[in-house]
Write a protein that binds this ligand. Structure first.
Ligand code: NAP
Length: 252
């Protein structure tokens, strides 16, 4: 698939990995629909994509809200005339242990802490993929859907919610690659390790240091390195149903 003039939706495109992937793809001539929650952040990301050489527009949309996702996809199709790709990148962290025992008292992870991550990181991916795939079939356009999973899909301490969602995302990648191939839609995943973004900057410095020491390449990944892989997945028409692991050799 050619990136030039392809229309690609990037959720969570206002900052971090989403913005880095959008800018990189814009530099290859793609036309970007950036989806996020904050207009100012989106305006900056749109400007960055345009100066990288691609067209871009912004859409405020909560990926966990069915009506908002459906409206956003219709708007993108109306604005650009087609859709050739989606990167399911929007995600949140709400880390915590399943149980903590303090002074003999058991503290449990609250249900809303579990649910908020499942809503965005798992249900959001389902909703965006369902709506985009349906629109692509309707418009008879072919292309690629990329799901951003994580090294944490293997099961990371303190991340019941996040690990469950990212494992689900990896499994859905395989399911949808099988189901959507007949419509000319490939589905692939990227499982980043620890990458330098606002999300990891919010982790405790001690935790970050400990994590970096365990990475065989002894450093965190850069957002551009994830973006480079996303471009590869778009351009390689035989890549589908698999998760590309980009983690510097780290195993949890
Ligand atoms: P980030 O810097 O926090 O960016 C995520 C973006 O998604 C933010 O702009 C965020 O907005 C937006 N977002 C959150 N909830 C949303 C929703 N319901 N609807 C629409 N947009 C929403 O995170 P990142 O580090 O770039 O991570 C991007 C993806 O890569 C995530 O799926 C993450 O799990 C995954 N990942 C990251 C790493 C890493 O090391 N950075 C490693 C493995 C996987 P707000 O800031 O307003 O919430």
């Amino acid at each position: 698939m050619q990136l030039k003039d392809s229309v690609i939706i990037v959720t969570g495109g206002g900052q971090g990995l989403g913005r880095a992937m959008a800018e990189y793809l814009a530099g290859r001539g793609a036309r970007l629909a950036l989806v996020d929650l904050d207009q100012q952040r989106l305006d900056e990301a749109v400007a960055a994509c345009k100066s990288a050489g691609g067209d871009a527009r912004s859409y405020i949309c909560n990926v966990a809200n069915e009506d908002q996702v459906s409206n956003m996809v219709s708007q993108v199709a109306g604005d650009f005339g087609t859709i050739n790709g989606l990167i399911n990148n929007a995600g949140i962290l709400r880390d915590g242990l399943l149980l903590k025992v303090r002074d003999g008292e058991i503290q449990k992870m609250p249900l809303n802490q579990w649910q908020s991550v499942i809503d965005v990181n798992l249900t959001g991916v389902f909703l965006c993929t369902r709506e985009v795939a349906a629109k692509m079939v309707e418009l008879q356009s072919k292309g690629l859907i990329i799901n951003i999973s994580s090294i944490s899909r293997a099961g990371n301490m303190g991340q019941s919610n996040y690990s469950a969602a990212k494992a689900g995302v990896a499994a859905m990648t395989v399911v949808w690659a099988k189901e959507l191939a007949r419509y000319g839609i490939r589905v692939a995943g990227i499982a980043p390790g620890f990458i330098e973004t606002e999300m990891t900057a919010s982790m405790k410095p001690e935790a970050l240091e400990k994590m970096t020491a365990g990475i065989p390449l002894r450093r965190m990944g850069k957002p551009e390195e994830i973006a480079h892989s996303a471009a590869y997945l778009f351009e390689n028409d035989y890549y589908s149903g698999r998760i590309l692991e980009l983690d510097g050799g780290l195993r949890l």
